[in-house]
Design a protein around this ligand. Structure first.
Ligand code: SAH
Ligand code: SF4
Ligand code: F3S
Length: 548
């Protein structure tokens, strides 16, 4: 019996997908999964390094595990993902409770690492405490059987095709089952189209943890979408750090062992001009979207994140406009409204270019008159080194001008290994970062509220996700009330006639709640696409009535 695994995921959608692929692979090898960390023989954390706060959560989890491991010496602890890659073996030095480190570029090697660690821990668990202590040897002596990191060679790159890209096999071997964890049929799935990032924004760890930008062959992507659709998936989100820079050059494709290899990113940098090689020689992002839309018709919704504001071609906007099942939602982080800071961040565009892009995207895609608005969301960093009050006010102006439906706002967090931490002092005091964060959030909340109110009276097709959080809490409270101290609650039984509240999303990524119509059950509606009339709204949510 290989053992019960508890896997917890931190960070972005890329990590959620990695966790899904890893669990599929481990399940196929006979591992079972448990939602209860205390019942687990193997605890895996798939970690994020993007801000210090993300890492702190994992440190505290690992601290708690040290105690558990004293009682269960055979337990195996693994740190996967970006934090493993960034911290490397220093992480084991600080937390000897960790048995395995596996970076995001090496996840195909996890089963072998795990198998080895499980055997080692089991044999050690039967030894005396002295032997156990002796096993805590210096990290330098730990073998490649415990640690899989890309390290200095990370930018897998030049030898990639020659060696065969084994990581691609992890995506290719995705075990697609209509049942996710014996739960309801899975309706929504992520599909990776590029890995890594070549942008090197100065504050960001991702190019170091995920390595060089790699584009997957279009056939692999389309085949994965087809298999997901056959298993009942109706919504696919394509993933990439700069997803719109997808570009696969067929002329330079390499095949190893019958498998077309992913290739290094050589993004087209022609502004919003059409790629002259698009079509037969090159699959551009626009080509890829069109092909998935046309070749996988049972996918009702095709989304993609995260878009990079530069080089967003008219060809992509036209494809989105002309293909009804591609969602009119763009997540295009600006990071700051100050040209001076954009330069220090190495973002590669100026505010005017960003606004030009937004205006062009709206000219192509914002058609509320036919019930098809475009919604845009953004990311901002406040308190980047040297940020002045004027720089910050420029961010406020950009946020207002862009009219995002929502924004993710972060306080600058200096990350070891990045360019910014070496070049710039983290000189904006924490109190000012907090204040700017709150100010920007306040402006965004007002905008979100305005945009929500504009939706009242419109009708949208929404994809039902299930019971709303409020409803789940309400039902949980109901159960507690009925069984106070294990006995039925006193007093007359009140018949609860409220319809369960469901939560759904528009194709523009707005959240909608609505009462479950009497003739339907919440279970039967989950995963379906329904028409909903919007009757009310607050900053975060629209409220409506299902038209069925
Ligand atoms: N590839 C995506 C973003 C990936 S990281 C893009 O370029 O848009 C997600 C977000 O985290 C970034 O958009 C940025 O706003 C934020 N972020 C990244 N590094 C950060 C840091 N060191 N401090 C604060 N926020 C950071
Ligand atoms: Fe990080 Fe910039 Fe790449 Fe986004 S584009 S992942 S912010 S380096
Ligand atoms: Fe975090 Fe790595 Fe994603 S650093 S945001 S998990 S790419």
């Amino acid at each position: 019996m290989p053992g019960a695994v508890y896997l917890e995921t931190f960070g972005c959608q890329m990590n959620e997908l990695d966790s899904e692929l890893v669990s599929g692979q481990l399940r196929a090898l006979g591992y079972q999964f448990t939602p209860d960390p205390e019942a687990a023989d193997i605890v895996l954390y798939n970690t994020c390094s993007v801000r210090e706060h993300a890492e702190q959560k994992v440190w505290s989890r690992l601290g708690e595990l040290a105690e558990a491991k004293r009682e269960k010496p055979a337990m195996v602890v693994g740190v996967l993902g970006c934090m493993a890659e960034r911290d490397g073996v220093a992480l084991i030095n600080r937390m000897p409770v960790v048995d395995i480190l596996c970076g995001p570029g090496e996840l195909d090697r996890l089963p072998a690492l795990l198998d080895n660690a499980v055997r080692t821990r089991r044999s050690l668990a039967s030894e005396s405490p002295e032997v156990m202590r002796a096993h805590r040897r210096p990290v330098e002596e730990r073998s490649a059987r415990e640690v899989a990191l890309q390290g200095g060679a990370s930018r897998r790159s030049s030898t990639l095709a020659a060696a065969g890209d084994t990581l691609e096999l992890l995506d290719l071997s995705r075990s697609i089952s209509p049942l996710d964890d014996d739960g309801p049929v899975k309706r929504s799935a992520y599909v990776r189209i590029t890995r890594g990032c070549n942008k090197f924004c100065t504050y960001c760890v991702v190019p170091f943890t995920r390595g060089a930008e790699i584009h997957r062959p279009p056939e692999h992507i389309i085949d994965e979408c087809k298999r997901l659709a056959d298993a009942g998936v109706v919504e696919i989100t394509l993933l990439g750090q700069t997803v719109n820079h997808y570009r696969f050059e067929h002329a330079s494709a390499v095949t190893v062992g019958g498998v077309v290899q992913p290739q290094k990113g050589r993004a087209f940098t022609g502004g919003h001009r059409r790629d002259p090689l698009a079509g037969s020689q090159v699959t551009t992002f626009a080509d890829l979207l069109r092909r998935i839309h046309d070749e996988v018709p049972s996918i009702a919704r095709l989304r993609f994140v995260t878009s990079y504001p530069r080089d967003f071609g008219d060809d992509v906007l036209e494809v989105i406009r002309d293909h009804p099942r591609i969602c009119r939602y763009l997540h295009v982080p600006a990071q700051t409204g100050s040209d001076r800071l954009l330069k220090l961040m190495n973002r590669g565009y100026e505010v005017a270019e960003y606004i030009e892009f937004l205006d062009r995207a709206r000219a192509f895609l914002h058609q509320p008159q036919i019930g098809r608005p475009l919604m845009v969301s953004g990311d901002f960093i406040v308190g980047f080194p040297t940020e002045t009050q004027e720089d910050f006010e420029a961010s406020v102006r950009l946020l207002e001008r862009a009219r995002y439906k929502n924004s993710f706002i972060f306080k600058y967090s200096p990350r070891p290994g990045t360019i910014a931490i070496d070049k710039f002092e983290d000189d904006v005091p924490e109190a000012i970062k907090r204040e700017r964060n709150n100010t920007l959030l306040g402006v965004q909340t007002r905008l979100s509220h305005e945009i929500s109110l504009e939706q009242i009276g419109l009708t949208f097709d929404v994809m039902v996700e299930g019971l709303s959080v409020k409803e789940r809490k309400r039902q949980a409270r109901g159960q507690i009330a009925l069984t106070v101290h294990g006995k039925a609650a006193p007093g007359p039984l009140v018949l609860d006639t409220t319809s369960p509240e469901m939560v759904a999303r528009t194709d523009t990524d707005l959240i909608v709640t609505f009462p479950c119509p009497a003739a339907h059950t919440p279970e039967a509606l989950a995963g379906r696409i329904l028409r909903v009339a919007i009757t009310d709204a607050n900053a975060l949510t629209l409220k409506g009535q299902a038209l069925i």
